[in-house]
Write a protein that binds this ligand. Sequence first.
Ligand code: RP5
Length: 164
Amino acid sequence: MKPWVCILMGSDSDASTMSQACDALDEAGVAYQMKVASAHRSPDRTKQIVVDAERDGAAVFIAGAGMAAHLPGVIASFTTKPVIGVPLAGSSLQGLDALLAVVQMPPGIPVASVAIGGARNAGVLASQIVALADPALAARLKEQRAKMAAGVADKSKSVERSTR
Ligand code: RP5
């Protein structure tokens, strides 16, 4: 069974940000599924999806939520696979509420957090975790880094100025 990444989000209103995780996984060639499951509004559905996903070979979970963002922590309570939380801005606190909810996990049930709205990095990090057991994927990720480095030099050319 080829490892894949299970992406969950608290609401369909999170989809435009969370799809950036899919973009990163597409670029890396890592399989995924993305669904809505709320820690508060549909706790039974959330548990079932996590249990089924782990049984079916999910290697990493990515969970995005805003406000009282308990979804990543609840997922982590149902699995020992790594869980990456994506705190989302969607309230008057602009994601700070979600960030604190995601990172302040009790000892023994960790959730790794990316930045507020950092779904792309969640996809990259999940790819790196899957690559631990996949040398071909690890090589592709190294190629992506090399392209990124070349891109910085290109961007510099368009803004470089000098008086010497
Ligand atoms: C959270 O509440 C969701 O993750 C979303 O970010 C936020 C608002 O949800 P909706 O009211 O848009 O469904 O659970």
